[in-house]
Design a protein around this ligand. Structure first.
Ligand SMILES: [Zn+2]
Length: 210
């Protein structure tokens, strides 16, 4: 049994336990373990993580996992673009990895940059950065419409917190439905795709209910 053969629920439990170890060891800063000998020749990722590029969210560390067992894609705002989908298809098909985690985090600058365009429509970003902001935009704008329709008064910090989770959920949905390969793997029960949010203040990963 290699890591990539593990079923999704087992891996999900390992990531939760690893995050608990990480929080417990924050003060002592345990080093990342090197890959075991069988993984030196070839990686065997048991989970695929689509996370944000933010320097405070080092994926192997926060889940306390050894090198060679997580297939990590990091992009500002954990957005889903064709290259991210292609990377996930590659890992799911080549290694048979059963679990995908979309990992957002508190205080996300990419989501805040998108919210800024809502507050200040004149805000200019380079076309490349704008392409990331545009992928976050639907969840942020939908959420803003819902909140302003309710009471017209929005607390911006709370709004950004909710936008971060909405953005994670949107990425999960796009992965489930934006690729025929991934959609088939999910529908036959081979692949589980879940969302989570890392709290940069506490180190805790909260898995979102779908
Ligand atoms: Zn971020």
């Amino acid at each position: 049994m290699t890591p990539a053969n593990l079923d999704a629920q087992t891996v999900l439990d390992q990531l939760k336990q690893g995050n608990e170890r990480y929080i417990a060891n924050l003060a002592s800063r345990q080093p990342i373990k090197v890959p075991p000998p069988e993984l030196v020749r070839e990686q065997s990722p048991k989970a695929i993580i689509l996370g944000c590029s933010d320097a405070r969210v080092p994926v192997e560390m926060i889940f306390d996992q050894p090198l060679g067992e997580l297939f990590v894609i990091r992009v500002a705002g954990n957005v889903v673009a064709p290259s991210q989908i292609g990377s996930i298809e590659f890992a799911a098909e080549k290694f048979g990895t059963r679990l995908v985690v979309v990992l957002g985090h508190s205080n996300c600058g990419a989501v805040s940059a998108c919210v800024e365009t809502l507050v200040n429509p004149e805000q200019y970003y380079s076309p490349n950065l704008q392409s990331i902001v545009d992928r976050i935009r639907p969840s942020v704008y939908n959420l803003h419409e819902i909140l302003t329709a309710n009471d017209g008064d929005v607390d911006m910090d709370e709004f950004i917190d909710r936008a971060i989770r909405a953005n994670v959920r949107m990425s999960v949905s796009q992965l489930k439905h934006g690729s025929r390969i991934l959609e088939d793997l999910v529908s036959d029960g081979t692949l589980m795709i879940v969302g989570a949010e890392y709290d940069v203040a506490t180190g805790k990963v909260n898995f979102l209910k779908s």
